[in-house]
Every structure is written in C-alpha cells, then in structure tokens.
Design a protein around this ligand. Structure first.
Ligand code: 7RM
Length: 636
C-alpha cells in the first residue's frame, strides 16, 4: 500500500510529502498497531531544537515488529543466523520463536529490576541473542545502548558511564574469522571503572575460561531456562527514547545519539519497504554489525517491522576466504543484499576467482552504505555481483537520521554510478554555501542540510542537549546540518562528496580526528599530535598521524622510532579500538599552526595526499619553516 512502484508515482508522492508532510506521514503511521492513537502528527522547531512526532501516541515498537505478524507469519523465519564458521549449523528463529525468546529475556530483565527508562548496555557478538536482547529492552521500555564488540574497554567505560547503564549484557567471547575475542575479559576491565552496572548477563558463545563475579554476573542460559514465555509489552509514549547509539563527532568524546520510538519506527518501516522494494519472499541480508546504526535499522527494526526474513551474519567477508559473502548468498538464496563500499573494494581486490564459483542468481537488489562509493567499485559491484540485473541502491544517511534519506528506490529511480540520486519522500535536502545561503540551482556544490524534520531525526545527544544544538542546528539557522559536502547535478541528482568537518570515515567507521589525537597523546613520549584522513584504496580513508615527541628522545634512532610507532598504535587500539589505528605515523618537529594556535589541517591533509606543490597560502602560519620539514619527512 505504501510501496512506490514507478518513477512517475515517486514524483507525485514526493510532491505530496513536501506539500503536506503531516498527512503524508500519518497515512503511513496509521498502518501500525497503536495502543492509543496520537493526537497530533508534528510539532517542531530547529532552534532549540525540539521535534516531536505522533504526539501522545501510545505503543510498543516490538508489538509492531513481532506480535502484529503472528497470525499470518508466525511460522515464517524472522532471523536466519549464519555463524562465523561455515561448518557450524545455522539457526533460524521464526516470528513466533523470536517473540517467545524476547519475552523470556524481558522476564529476566524484570527479575533484575529493570524498569521503563533504564539504560542497558549490550556488548555482544553478532548472534541471535543480541537481537533478542535489543528487542527485550524495547519491549520492557528500557533504552538500549549497543556498543560495537570491536571497541576497547576504555570505549565501553565511556559509553556505560555517559548514560549510567544499569545492566550489561555480554558474552564470554566472540568468533571473528580465525580469532577469538574474550569479550567478558574486556568487560571486566571496563566494569572496574563504572559504578552504575548492577547486573551482568553473560551469554556462553566461545566456552572460553572466564570469571563470574558472585552476586553480579549471571549466565544467560541459566536464566532463560527458568524464564516464562509470556510478557506484556510496556505501554510507551511515541517520544520516549528507544535507543542511544554513540557516534563520533568533530570534537571530544563520542556523543550518544538518541532516537525516539514512533518516528523511528515509521521511518525505518517505510524506507526499508521502498528502497529495497520489499517482497514477502525476500531473504534480506545487511552485512553491517548491529553495533552500528545500519544494523539497528536494516538488520533489525526495518525488516521486522515489515515482517521480512532478515539474515544476521557473525563472521567477516574474508573468512574462510574472500568468497564468503557470495557463498552465503547462494546458500541462503539471498534476494536483497546490503553492504559497505569498503567491503566491496576489498573483495574486488581479491579477484574474480572468489566470485565466479557462485551463481548469485537469487539476487534482485544490491545496496551500498557508509561512505562514498567510487566509480570502479560501483561498476564492479553492478557487473560481477548484480550481473547488471540488480539495481544498485547507494543509500546516504547517518546515525543521526535514523534511516535512509537520499537513495534510489530499487527499480523505480534511474540510477547513476556514485550518486545517491534523489531524496526519499518526506526528506527535504538543501545545499547551502559557507554563509548558509541556499543554492537553489542545479549543477552546484555545497553543504548538505535538511530544512524540514523527518520522523526519525535525532532528538538529542544523551545528557547534553546543548551539544546536539551546537553540532547540528547552530551552524545555519533553521537547518539541520549533516556535516557532508554534496553536489547536485544537472538532473537534480545528489552525489555525496564526504565530510567537511573533522570526522574521518575509515572503512565506513566514523572516527573523530580529535578522538584519535587524544588517544595518541596518552603515549608518555608524545607531546602533541594531529590526525588527518587521506585517500586509501580499500578503506576509503586512511589515518595519517603527525606526532611531536619529547625533545630528549633521539629521533635518528630508527629502531627506537619504529618501536615508538608500534606503541602509538597499541595505545590507540587500547583506548579506542583497533579500527582507529593510524595507517601512517610521521614524527615531526612541529605542527603548522596559525598565530592563534589552531592547527592548519588543510595543509597536513595536502601533505598526506602527496599534493606538496599545492599547499595554498601558508604565510599566516606562526612558523612557515615547519612545513618544509614536514614535507621532507612525509610518508607517502
Ligand atoms: C549509515 C551511516 C554517516 C556518514 C555520513 C557520510 C557517510 C554514509 C553514504 C555516505 C556517501 C553514502 N551512518 N555516508 N552513507 N557517504 N555515500 N551512501 O553510515 O553515522 O556511521 O556515518 O557516512 O559522510 O555523514 S554513520
């Protein structure tokens, strides 16, 4: 009913959605199960900011993900889980089974005192129990905060403390390729620096030797065995928070992006349905981790709200070899596949020998998300995976937007390589210049903003609303600022160029330059550092760190400096995550600074890109000589 099936229809629906957004979105919202219907569709201002959708509506999102489908789809697979090891049996949970597991989990949460509004941290492998735990939180009215299991103890501490989580759900360990990560060990280190966690529930996945703290830690399987299969979903308000998800910004520590229930639900449902042209028999596979927003919206909520079958994959693209994705597609008969450019580029580099053994003939739509997809990767994906028969949907969106904003609708919107193409209905992008003046023509390049709220817009940054205002709503009055640069071509098609702020995108992972610098500076011999991104063939962006070390250290001692660089990588790994390790480290005598002490990253970026001849004006620098020194030692 809400599915757009032709380009003509898209144009009409889009027009309506802009002329009368409230009636457009309430049409979609009315298809859901409400415990009490909302009184009003929307109230908003971007000044405070204060945005509310479906005001005074009462609902539980899990009734819309699960209970609602039982009558017709009770025995349909909701989740198909594919383990890391291809020889381990995969697991399927039908809608009925998933609901029973979620209810049991709710009863455990209840037993340990979890109530509406509590924050629960989930630090787990990509296993069905993570999905069960996420949904159980939503069902009991607790706010889930999933922390990607690749993050370090330090990162976990920051995230638990920032939102004072009461409970941690984790596992003994996880499998990733041929490695085991001892999650509980990391969690134990973290828990020494947190005060709010009262209970830890541990799922046994690897069977690794772990310690359980008496009175605090309990086993998932022990608890589930005794738990009841019935649980009445908590009645929630439309604007109650559904989850917190930490993401990196241009300054300081990651911020907790908060999404609220009803708007997120409506937007996830609608964008999944349309972008991927969902059909009842689809086997949908999004390869993201649930630790990222893509996993929240398009492994869990979007598919389940539509009654779809969603694949959850524990492993990595290159284990046991670079054909794993393609082998799983054939094995599970995946119809719609959604992955990241960094994965596409890395599999492209492994060669077609890993692709040709597979048929891939179940595929109908292939998607991309997380970073700009370059022309070569787009065509490789189109030709070798989609066999030129599957539309490539290049979907642009952010943690803060909750769901896909600018993207082709499969088989509806004519695609164009490297273009995210056109805004989805209800999405109103504008491009502005540096002064905030709207560029109304086509064939322009500017800063991407939104001039009207959509239902799953960020509501706040947890515990610090001012930070939310400053970050997204203060750069230009009355606009939501995305942080991305963007071109609009002669056809009105959007092409995302990349971040214009100090946010890096390494293999689709968002990292702040400041975050990485702060970690590097923790090394006892580092005085100061500056981090920039540079083009990297596989990762999209690589991390280039310029570091100043203490004067008493002998920089001509190569063995020593190599050791130092290794240590720097270890420090970053420990403080943030291995994904944040610098690709290149250069020891420099100084950094290019303005007279007011600001690091001129523009110059460092040029050097990291190898564009030494084109540094622009450096006369305003405090010490222009330092630039020459840096160029001499550049690591290209
Ligand atoms: C979903 C997600 C958001 C940032 C965003 C962009 C970049 C995401 C695309 C893209 C070009 C795309 N959330 N980005 N998708 N750039 N084309 N299709 O990735 O919060 O982790 O990152 O990612 O810079 O601002 S995120």
């Amino acid at each position: 009913m809400h599915k757009i099936i032709s380009f003509e229809q898209y144009k009409q629906v889009y027009k309506k959605s802009v002329e009368d957004p409230e009636s457009f979105w309430s049409d979609i919202a009315d298809g859901f199960q409400w415990q009490k219907k909302y009184d009003k569709v929307l109230e908003w201002n971007f000044r405070d900011p204060d945005v509310k959708w479906f005001i005074n509506g009462k609902l539980n999102i899990t009734e819309n993900c699960l209970d609602r489908h039982l009558e017709k789809l009770g025995n349909k697979p909701a989740i198909i889980w594919e383990p890391n090891d291809p020889n381990e049996k995969n697991r399927t949970l039908t809608y009925k089974e998933l609901l029973a597991e979620v209810n049991k989990c709710c009863n455990i949460l209840k037993k340990y005192g979890v109530v509406k509004g509590d924050r629960i941290c989930l630090y787990m492998p990509m296993i069905p129990e993570l999905s069960i735990a996420v949904l159980a939180c939503a069902r009991i009215g607790a706010i889930h905060s999933v922390v990607f299991a690749g993050f370090s103890a330090n990162s976990l501490v920051d995230r638990i403390n920032d939102s004072a989580c009461k409970m941690l759900i984790t596992a003994d360990g996880l499998f990733r390729g041929n490695k085991i990560v001892n999650l509980k060990e990391i969690a134990d280190i973290a828990l020494q620096q947190t005060k709010s966690i009262e209970k830890v529930i541990v799922y046994k996945r690897t069977g690794s030797e772990i310690t359980m703290q008496d009175g605090r830690d309990v086993w998932w399987h022990d608890e589930m065995l005794r738990a009841e299969e019935n649980f009445i979903a908590e009645i929630m308000d439309s604007e109650d928070p559904l989850f917190i998800l930490y993401t990196s910004g241009s300054t300081g520590k990651p911020k907790g992006v908060v999404h609220s229930i009803a708007g997120y639900m409506v937007f996830c449902y609608y964008t999944f349905l349309n972008v991927f042209q969902y059909e009842e028999n689809d086997i949908f596979w999004c390869t993201a981790d649930i630790g990222w927003v893509t996993g929240h919206s398009y492994i869990l909520y979007g598919p389940l709200l539509n009654g779809a079958t969603t694949v959850m994959f524990e492993g990595i693209p290159t284990y046991p070899d670079a054909g794993r994705f393609w082998s799983v597609i054939d094995k599970l008969k995946v119809t719609k596949f959604y992955t990241a450019p960094t994965a596409i580029r890395s599999l492209m580099a492994s060669g077609l020998d890993f692709v040709t053994p597979y048929k891939l003939n179940s595929l109908k739509v292939i998607g991309s998300v997380g970073e700009p997809i370059n022309e070569e990767a787009w065509h490789w994906y189109d030709e070798n995976i989609g066999k030129k028969k599957c539309p490539v949907v290049d979907t642009w969106w952010q943690t803060e937007t909750g769901g896909i904003m600018i993207s082709p609708i499969a088989n509806v919107t004519p695609t164009k390589p490297t273009f995210a193409t056109l805004p989805l209905p209800g999405v109103q992008p504008v491009l502005v210049d540096n002064e905030g003046k709207e560029l109304t023509e086509n064939n322009v390049e500017g800063l991407l903003c939104m001039k009207f709220p959509w239902p799953s817009i960020i509501r706040t940054t947890y515990g610090d609303h001012e930070r939310c205002r400053l970050n997204y709503f203060a750069t230009f009055p009355n606009l939501y600022f995305t942080g991305d640069g963007c071109r609009r071509d002669e056809d009105g098609y959007y092409r995302i160029i990349g971040r214009v702020d100090d946010v890096l995108n390494v293999s689709g992972h968002r990292l702040g330059t400041a975050e990485v610098e702060n970690a590097i500076d923790e090394h006892p011999h580092i005085v100061e550092s500056a981090v920039v991104g540079y083009p990297h063939e596989i990762k999209g962006q690589g991390i280039y760190a310029f570091v100043i070390i203490e004067t008493q250290v002998d920089t001509s001692d190569e063995a020593y400096t190599e050791k130092l660089k290794k240590e720097i990588s270890e420090v970053v790994s420990k403080i943030i995550s291995p994904i944040a390790k610098p690709d290149k480290i250069q020891i420099v005598p100084g950094l290019p600074k303005t007279r007011s002490g600001k690091i001129m990253r523009r110059i460092l970026r040029k050097i990291a890109e190898g564009e030494m001849s084109n540094l622009g004006d450096i006369t305003t620098l405090l010490d222009p000589g330092v630039v020459e020194e840096i160029i001499k030692g550049a690591r290209l």
